[in-house]
Design a protein around this ligand. Structure first.
Ligand SMILES: Cc1cc2nc3c(=O)[nH]c(=O)nc-3n(C[C@H](O)[C@H](O)[C@H](O)COP(=O)(O)O)c2cc1C
Length: 359
């Protein structure tokens, strides 16, 4: 495929933002609804003593959820990044920027990403590239925003449906391995809303990456977004492709210690979804669509309030579950039902054990 011009790349970013907002559905049912907790009426915990902090790639995070990768590179998306970063910084939340490819090709676009570090000088910030950039470009992406970690996104479904997307995906694992060898911050490989299978996670472990974000289905749907950008809309039958986030966690963890630390994102709608992911073994939980919608509807101050409210609600839910810290959530009794249970069993998850593990 020919490389997009700056104007094409930039307008795609604006379209993604606009379509993500238009297609986002608040409180849409998804596979998290198949995951519930056994209620025990004597939780023996105190909200004041619950510790909601976590650790990601060896760094302490005060809050176990983060603003996941979205955007940057145009004047409109730079404003979004500034607002997201300001809210994240005020609430002690980590933040990832969107793909920096446009700024690697055209340094004139870098300010739309650099703004994140300016607005959040002390936050844990993640840079973002795809597996097709050179190791030198990956290093530059990290330097551009003084990033604490680098996300590498795997977006095969999106590329193939994107009218101007890549069609040759043969060298992605080599690309990931070369990037991981070149950068001196932790590398977190993520999907963009279609999920990472256990097989993929195992391959990535062999590529030398430090963690994965399963970024499963159930929220922002990039097939639907790219399809809406096609005049002929001919891939609409693919909507719903991929594994939901809860299923990815059940498969990746499989009841045993995973080979890599696992972060989770995709379709996270509320603090209960955050706690579900943590209970299924995620060390932190990413949110894009919901926080973007919050920013768009309630402004930067509303986003900051939402981030603080989520933190308090996570604390409340942990108290209800008798979990003094995030690790303790992994010993809660979790019931997985319905379609997710059926799929998880096919993939080898031991759901009976999960339902009775606190004893
Ligand atoms: C407007 C928008 C742009 C995105 N751009 C990127 C990107 O550049 N790089 C990336 O890794 N993920 C990108 N994502 C994917 C998110 O990081 C996330 O994996 C996905 O949206 C699923 O999470 P959600 O359901 O909470 O939105 C984008 C998401 C949105 C909503």
């Amino acid at each position: 495929m020919s490389r997009p011009t700056r104007r094409e790349h930039a307008s795609r970013k604006d379209e993604h933002l606009e379509l993500a907002l238009r297609l986002h559905r608040t409180d849409r049912p998804n596979a998290f609804d198949d995951v519930s907790f056994v209620h025990h009426a004597l939780p023996a915990a105190s909200t004041r003593e619950v510790d909601v902090s976590t650790s990601v790639c060896g760094s302490p995070w005060p809050v176990p959820f983060y603003v996941n990768a979205m955007t940057g590179g145009t004047p409109a998306t730079a404003r979004v990044n500034a607002d997201l970063a300001r809210g994240a910084a005020a609430a002690g939340v980590a933040i990832a920027c969107g793909s920096q490819h446009v700024a690697l090709r055209d340094p004139g676009c870098a300010d739309g990403f650099e703004v994140i570090r300016r607005e959040a000088p002390h936050a844990f910030v993640l840079a973002n590239v795809g597996p097709t950039v050179s190791p030198e470009q990956a290093v530059r992406a990290v330097e551009m925003i003084g990033a604490d970690a680098l996300q590498v996104h795997l977006n095969a479904a999106q590329e193939l449906v994107m009218p101007e997307g890549d069609r040759d995906l043969r060298h992605w694992s080599r690309g990931v391995a070369d990037i991981a060898a070149a950068v001196d911050v932790p590398v977190v490989v993520k999907e963009v809303g279609f999920g990472l299978s256990r097989r993929t996670v195992e391959t990535l472990a062999g590529c030398g990456v430090d963690a994965v974000d399963v970024a499963g289905a159930g929220g922002t749907d990039f097939i639907a977004i790219e399809n809406a950008r096609r005049p002929d809309q001919d891939y609409s039958y693919l909507s719903g492709w991929g594994q939901p986030t809860a299923l990815c966690l059940l498969e990746a963890l499989g009841g045993e210690d995973p080979r890599l630390p696992v972060l989770a994102s995709g379709g996270v709608r509320n603090p209960l979804d955050v706690v579900r992911c943590l209970a299924l073994g995620a060390c932190a939980v990413g949110v894009s669509g919901h926080f973007l919608r919050t920013l768009s509807g309630r402004g930067a101050h509303g986003l900051e309030q939402e981030l603080r409210t989520w933190t308090e609600h996570v604390r409340t839910l942990m108290t209800l579950l008798g979990a003094p810290d995030v690790r303790a959530l992994r010993r809660t009794d979790v019931l997985v039902m319905g379609r997710t249970a059926e799929q998880a069993r096919l993939l080898g998850a031991d759901l009976d054990r999960l339902a009775r593990r606190s004893g």
